[in-house]
Design a protein around this ligand. Structure first.
Ligand SMILES: [Zn+2]
Length: 306
């Protein structure tokens, strides 16, 4: 009944009517709940879990939500969201992103133009500015609150902050040797269109860096439907297999796919794990406040235009 107000989607990689099998759903389903009734669930991590059910495409193996928000509904929901990034402590975040940069460095000379979608204050970008030799920075970041901090990150080099998440029009054709999208691709209704358009801005040997969740990860298997990546903000979630199919469809060749190491304060992680398992603790002891490094359900993909 409620699903009439939502978008009915084909597999976003195959873009045709392929057979799919329902695989993951919450107790109360997103597609059975009114748009208005769902709004409180959009931002909250520590509330009853509701998401749009995920099905697996039998052709490309992508896990995607066949019923999901309409583009205008998404725009409204993202518009009312408070700025993020305050959940994970900054030192842990910097270490995690430094690890992503080390992977990029193995594949790229770090020169010519640089494109990043959703850099926030520049926790990844800072590595490129410090260790790279890029001649221009194109930073697609709609959040005006972070513009000043982001500008400081790339200070001294030519840069442009584009206030649209996918405002690629401003970027010169075939000018960049690196494009970065960290935790962006899981959110897109049409990832093939976005990656294809981005390809036009890249030089022939350019490297695309993607960080996404991995629905084939151990963590997902342990916590099953309670895995935090199953949420209202993700119209699909990738695996190494399905992201390869996506990239091929959008005109890229995969160079590598690796599990990422994430740095966490142990107490932060323990609290989230307990919540995911249904133990609603308020806090954990302070002595558990040390930093650890884990491979926790994310993957990094490097690809080249074909
Ligand atoms: Zn498919």
């Amino acid at each position: 009944m409620s699903s009439e107000n939502y978008l009915h989607r084909l597999c976003p990689v195959c873009q045709k009517n392929t057979p799919s099998t329902l695989e993951v759903c919450s107790e109360k389903k997103g597609e059975d709940t009114n748009y208005e009734e769902l709004i409180p669930y959009w931002n909250g991590f520590f509330k009853e879990k509701i998401f749009f059910s995920y099905a697996r495409c039998s052709d490309c193996k992508l896990l995607f939500a066949p019923i999901f928000y309409q583009p205008n509904q998404l725009e409204a929901l993202y518009g009312q969201m408070p700025p993020n990034m305050d959940l994970v402590p900054m030192a842990a975040l910097l270490n995690t992103q430094k690890g992503y940069f080390e992977v990029l460095k193995r594949f790229s000379k770090l020169e010519n133009g640089y494109i990043e979608v959703g850099p926030d204050i520049g926790v990844f970008t800072v590595n490129c500015r410090q260790y790279g030799n890029f001649d221009s920075y194109w930073l697609c970041e709609p959040n005006k609150l972070v513009a000043e901090a982001l500008s400081k990150t790339v200070d001294g080099k030519p840069f442009k902050i584009i206030e649209e998440m996918f405002g690629f029009d401003a970027i010169p054709h075939q000018s960049a040797s690196v494009a970065v999208m960290i935790q962006v691709l899981d959110h897109l209704l049409d990832p093939v269109a976005t990656l294809s358009e981005l390809k036009g801005k890249l030089l022939p040997q350019a490297k695309l860096l993607l960080v996404t969740h991995n629905e084939q990860s151990l963590l997902r298997r342990i916590v099953n439907w309670r895995w935090p990546a199953f949420c209202l903000q993700h119209p699909q979630i990738y695996s190494p297999h399905s992201i390869t199919n996506l990239l091929n469809k959008a005109g890229y060749e995969v160079n590598t796919i690796e599990r990422t190491k994430n740095y966490f304060e142990f107490s932060f992680l323990l609290k989230h794990l307990l919540w995911a398992l249904g133990f609603k603790v308020k806090s954990v002891p302070k002595f558990l406040n040390f930093t650890i490094r884990l491979k926790l359900g994310n993957m990094i993909t490097i690809a080249t235009p074909r």
